[in-house]
Design a protein. Structure first.
Length: 450
């Protein structure tokens, strides 16, 4: 039988060495398990600086080439397909349907491993980190009525440790702060529109502390714009000086993040030349990274995806990718049949411990929820099996009763309606069986006159 001294962790290992070793672990699942080893390990792994260092190690890994298809498969095989762009790999499996938050079938964008989810048919949004299986459901505010949503994005403010969700409309934009649990609406000062048909539409890129998009104005000029989390403003960033002329033969097509650097992708369809420009870290200066010759692709779809060794991976068509060798100037075409579809986009899958932690949460009883909440709730859930709870309008006699609740378990996708007379007891049983029910308060919406 092991003695007490054998069970303890050696005390002669400095904490900073333990932190370095833990930060090198790519498996988030192992890190979550190691939290239970001791209080000191839990403190290390929960520290925001450690979480950032772990993400940096993951991003800088040469094996960090795993991506998720942004739409679920057809009804016969639902789930988010995954792609590994290593030269000797292809199909990396998928995130199966039972592990996806119920009702969501689209990934809009990504930031530090946190995904913004949506349902293609309903105005319903949520944040989700598939690595740690944390999720938080958001409600789109109907008072933000505009012609349409131009683009989406998530931004992380490292100073305040706040995740911010950004919705861009033609003349306004809305920001949801996870720390403050509130929405803010602001004027853009100009009209922006999506570049219809591009692979980047609806795919804000978070890199170097800001979230970037490519949008066009009413004059059809294409701009690189970004959200500054310090000021909550949307600003323009100048393109490379060589590519600023209106009569330039290259057209700015897309943006990408390659090894943590913001990249612009230009294409000259007539001469079949493509260029990638890379932004210097921390300054507004660009340098030409690579030029492709004899390159032909649908110009509204083609975009860089990632770097694999000395090769640049370019999405050429929906499921056709080109590995371009920067040393030999040669390319190899590869097809990924399991991500076929004209609406497919790819977002990075990051092994990340990040998730909004500043949301004002509190546990409430079912009776309190019936008295206080008359609309959809924000729910945050971090453990498997924890119930999620929100009011719905059921069919039939209860259709006008906004206090009707239903509860749903994580696995199986089955729902259990709970009548008013039995909700307290049912939820109490659920808490004992499955853990705490954590309900996030309704956000404070901006005044309708905004």
């Amino acid at each position: 039988m092991a003695t007490e001294s054998e069970k303890t962790i050696p005390s002669n290992i400095p904490p900073e060495i333990i932190e370095i070793i833990l930060s090198k672990l790519s498996s988030v699942k192992s890190l979550l398990r190691f939290k239970t080893v001791s209080k000191s390990w839990n403190t290390i792994i929960s520290d925001p600086l450690f979480i950032q260092n772990h993400l940096d190690c993951s991003n800088n890994s040469p094996d960090n080439n795993l991506f998720i298809s942004s739409y679920t498969c057809g009804s016969d095989s639902r789930g988010f397909p995954m792609v590994d762009f290593e030269v000797r790999k292809s199909d990396a499996g998928k995130i199966s349907e039972e592990n996806i938050p119920n009702g969501y079938n689209s990934i809009l964008c990504e930031c530090n491993g946190v995904l913004l989810l949506s349902n293609l048919f309903d105005v319903k949004y949520g944040l989700w980190n598939p690595s740690i299986r944390c999720e938080m459901f958001l409600i789109y505010k109907y008072e933000f009525k505009e012609d349409y949503i131009v683009d989406y994005g998530i931004c992380y403010d490292q100073i305040t440790s706040d995740f911010k969700v950004v919705f861009i409309f033609p003349t306004k934009y809305a920001i949801y702060s996870c720390n403050n649990n509130s929405w803010t609406k602001k004027n853009l000062g100009t009209s922006y529109h999506t570049i219809g048909g591009t692979a980047g539409s609806g795919l804000g890129i978070f890199v170097d502390g800001a979230t970037y998009w490519i949008l066009r104005d009413n004059m059809i000029s294409i701009h690189l714009v970004y959200f500054d989390p310090r000021t909550d403003e949307i600003k323009r960033l100048q393109k490379p000086e060589q590519r600023q002329s209106d009569d330039d033969k290259f057209q700015l097509m897309n943006i990408a993040s390659l090894r943590g650097r913001l990249c612009l992708y230009f294409y000259n369809k007539k001469e079949r030349i493509a260029q990638i420009w890379m932004k210097e870290k921390g300054i507004d200066k660009w340098k030409e990274f690579i030029t492709f010759h004899n390159f032909e692709a649908p110009y509204k779809l083609s975009r860089p995806i990632c770097l694999v060794e000395n090769k640049v991976v370019i999405q050429k068509e929906e499921n056709i990718f080109v590995y371009y060798n920067t040393s030999t100037d040669k390319s190899v075409k590869k097809e990924f049949v399991h991500i076929y579809g004209d609406r497919r986009k790819l977002v990075p899958y990051r092994n990340s411990l990040y998730f909004p932690t500043g949301v004002g949460t509190k546990k409430i009883k079912a009776q309190q929820s019936r008295e206080k909440y008359f609309g959809p709730l924000f729910i945050k859930r971090s453990n498997e099996g924890v119930l999620r709870e929100f009011p719905i309008r059921s069919a039939g006699s209860d259709s006008e009763n906004p206090r009707s609740l239903f509860r749903q378990r994580r696995t199986g996708g089955s729902s259990v309606p709970c009548g008013d007379a039995h909700q307290d007891a049912a939820l109490r049983r659920g808490e004992r069986a499955d853990g705490d029910v954590v309900v996030v308060e309704q956000p404070r919406w901006p005044d309708k006159r905004d």
